[in-house]
Design a protein around this ligand. Structure first.
Ligand SMILES: [Zn+2]
Length: 284
């Protein structure tokens, strides 16, 4: 079966460590799932990602740029990897929210670098996604006809981030004002599950990825929930290279988890690639 991993990161780790990211890194060491952070950073090579994709039968991954501490990856870095391995990656841009030029930078990332979406991480980028100051960025994304991925739910950076900025209900306001903007929530809500499903169910233009802990995927993703929220709404993702359940990241575990769900083969196909291909269809 064709599989697209719609949520993956490669990180410019040298820049993360240079630009004050050390304080985030040192914070992570105290958190059980991130205690193997040296191993995580060792995993941050495109060769390792490709090897995991091949092992798991994943044809393509969506790679996210990110202008934030710890996950830093520039648009140019992501575009370079996409160009180096044609057919294996789709790149999504990011922008520095505080930069007044952000809409123009996004336009360049799409038109000049060939990136196909926008990824934002409100707590790591320190903004509330329903802040009208961000509206020009959403307007640009809508005009460029690209989807916007929002991190929602918990995030493991202790007192360095604010959870209020990761409230999925804030995206309800964005979806109300931007009915023509495709919005993708992440991680089945990262413990903010029901509110994320509510927003996804309410809006035809809101989707959600499955880059959650496998036990959450098993407990949450049943046929009733999928049919209620929308069978076209769930897209497969893993959040490579983030550790989970105290283990190192292995894309194959997430693939096996979806394959083992007690849902129809047709729904599995929709999660693995059909829904994502449809939401990317007819975009330039
Ligand atoms: Zn992620």
């Amino acid at each position: 079966m064709k599989i697209i991993n719609t949520h993956a990161h490669l990180i410019e780790i040298e820049k993360v460590l240079q630009d004050g990211g050390q304080k985030y890194l040192s914070f992570l060491r105290d958190i059980p799932t991130f205690s193997a952070v040296e191993q995580v950073t060792a995993m941050l090579s495109v060769e390792n990602l490709l090897q995991q994709m091949d092992e798991a039968g994943v044809e393509k991954s969506v790679l996210f740029a990110m202008y934030s501490p710890i996950l830093f990856a520039s648009n140019e870095f992501v575009a370079g990897i996409c160009n180096q391995f044609p057919g294996r990656f789709t790149g999504f841009a990011s922008v520095d929210i505080k930069n007044r030029e952000a809409p123009d930078i996004l336009e360049d990332a799409v038109k000049k670098l060939g990136l196909k979406g926008l990824k934002l991480h409100p707590p790591l980028q320190d903004f509330h996604p329903n802040d009208k100051a961000v509206w020009p960025i959403y307007e640009k994304a809508r005009d460029l006809n690209i989807p916007v991925v929002f991190h929602v739910g918990t995030t493991p950076f202790g007192n360095l981030v604010k959870l209020s900025q990761a409230n999925p209900v804030l995206l309800d306001e964005v979806a109300n004002d931007f009915p023509d903007l495709t919005i993708i929530l992440t991680h089945l809500g990262t413990l903010w599950h029901n509110e994320s499903f509510m927003v996804t169910e309410k809006h035809t233009n809101v989707y959600i990825d499955t880059a959650a802990y496998p036990y959450e995927i098993k407990e949450l993703l049943n046929e009733n929930l999928i049919r209620r929220v929308g069978e076209n709404k769930f897209i497969f993702g893993t959040d490579f290279p983030m550790p989970y359940e105290g283990k190192m990241h292995r894309i194959g575990d997430f693939v096996d988890c979806i394959k083992a769900l007690d849902i129809s083969g047709e729904l599995k196909e929709m999660i693995f690639y059909v829904n994502f291909e449809n939401l990317m269809k007819s975009r330039t």
